[in-house]
Design a protein around this ligand. Structure first.
Ligand code: SF4
Length: 338
């Protein structure tokens, strides 16, 4: 009884923080600024951040996304995505006579530096992360001879090291905190001397978004996570929501991907978004829900965020001139690479 009207207890719990983190904000602004300053095209190696809408919007403004450095014509400007790249990619760019802008998130760079340092001290580095993810490829490339990937607790059995008293674990920045600790515990059982990174590798934004979803998971029967399929931190939010008690949790890029059937018998809907998602997409989801009777929105606040990063320093230089000089220096129009 009393459940007939649109406002009969139906509500939305909206996670805070959600959406853009400082690293994504910086990377997206860097592409926009580069387009403004140097004009199109600006090549971007890999999706600048893992979000379909962001990539499509930047493409319209003149960014060209490529997967490999060799796809970029000599004398061009290429930007490296927020996920970071291996040193070999910087070398490829030099060989290809490209001016570069590095939009790697400073918190990813921090993990790269840790990898370099432990490799120098000849540690075996166990990098917890998802195989094939761009960030993991970049970090591994810093010390390929010292790093091995551990993709979850089930991978621990096959890990072998040279000296069990000289082993350290590092991780991808966008993992599930709880699952990572499970993997670390399993590694510690196997290697009691395992050293931990000097500070958290899973970044503040990933942790805070998971914390907010955990808080809403017990109360929301359905959790909608706005984010793209290739976004690691967004996918983790779906898993965390389910573990926290949500009956269902789904990832959608856009509001029109929500299935009306998900709302059946649902009083409370949780809404959040991954670190690469602009808030306009969340607003569209809230609008969609309001039209179906879920107009009351309560904020579930798990943390305050005030962190920002300054833009890549390369944006202060005349990169068109640098790129032209690189081509001239090696002679010819730059159509072939020796
Ligand atoms: S999710 Fe974390 S590591 Fe990745 S870009 Fe954002 S702040 Fe940086």
């Amino acid at each position: 009884m009393g459940r007939m009207t649109a406002s009969s207890g139906r509500r939305v719990l909206l996670a805070a923080p959600r959406g853009y983190c400082a690293g994504v904000d910086r990377a997206v602004i860097a592409v926009e600024k580069a387009l403004e300053q140097y004009g199109a095209p600006i090549y971007v190696r890999h999706e600048i951040v893992h979000n379909k809408y962001v990539v499509q919007t930047l493409e319209k403004k003149g960014a060209i996304f490529v997967e490999r450095t060799e796809e970029v014509p000599p004398g061009s400007i290429v930007m490296f995505s927020a996920h970071g790249v291996a040193p070999v990619v910087h070398e490829e760019a030099r060989q290809g006579r490209l001016a570069t802008i590095d939009a790697t998130c400073p918190l990813v760079t921090k993990v790269h530096k840790e990898a370099v340092r432990y490799a120098k001290e000849d540690y075996d580095i166990l990098l917890i992360g998802h195989e094939g993810h761009e960030e993991v490829i970049g970090t591994s490339g810093e010390a390929p001879d010292h790093i091995q990937l551990v993709d979850g607790p089930e991978d621990v059995a096959k890990v072998e090291v040279r000296d069990p008293s000289k082993v350290v674990w590092l991780s991808q920045t966008t993992l599930s905190v709880d699952e990572t600790m499970e993997t670390v515990d399993a590694l510690k059982t196997k290697f009691p001397g395992l050293v931990s990174p000097p500070s958290d590798d899973i970044c503040y934004a990933t942790q805070n978004r998971q914390l907010a979803v955990k808080q809403m998971g017990a109360d929301a029967e359905l959790v909608i996570v706005v984010g793209s399929r290739n976004s690691s931190n967004s996918k983790r939010l779906v898993e965390v929501a389910k573990l926290a008690g949500a009956r269902e949790a789904h990832l959608v890029d856009f509001a029109d991907e929500i299935d009306e059937a998900w709302l059946e018998g649902v009083t409370t809907v949780g809404v959040t978004s991954g670190a690469s998602v602009p808030d306009v997409l969340v607003e569209q989801v809230l609008q969609w829900l309001a039209e179906r009777g879920y107009g009351d929105v309560e904020i579930v606040k798990a943390a305050e965020e005030s962190i920002t990063f300054s833009l890549p320093k390369e944006l202060r230089r005349d990169l068109r001139e640098e790129a032209a000089a690189l081509v001239a220096e090696r002679g010819g129009s730059g159509t072939s690479v020796a």
